[in-house]
Design a protein around this ligand. Sequence first.
Ligand code: FES
Length: 145
Amino acid sequence: MPLDDVRMPRQQMIRGTGLLLTAGTLAACSGGGDKPAASSEAVTTPPSADPPTGGAITKTADVPVGSGVIVGDVVVTQPSAGDFKAFSSKCTHKGCAVNKVADGTIDCPCHGSKFTLDGAVAKGPATEPLEPKTISVQGDSIVLG
Ligand code: FES
């Protein structure tokens, strides 16, 4: 093939470069758009923060009375002072991870189920309580198991 046949007319080349730049800009702008909006809930920890296995998952002082925290796949609540409970963060409806503890309930973002700080269903569509986890308080820490 003669070299002249593979040369691109200047205008076509410029147009092609413009398309590449536009595509690159769109790709750069779309990154991170699927992050959830910042929440005003100070007691929620991102589900990606996995708790250490067999070690302290949180400090007792970090679990507000009448509320709770989500640490990895565990929800730790303190329904009344000194009474700590823990549950799997997996919603019993369809398995989404609950993502918020607020106004006295543990909330699932997928279909709106809410659970009490004792893990019981407060609002459907879930019909089963959250799976309890065994924890113990060791000093100022809450430990799984
Ligand atoms: S998965 Fe939680 S409400 Fe449906």
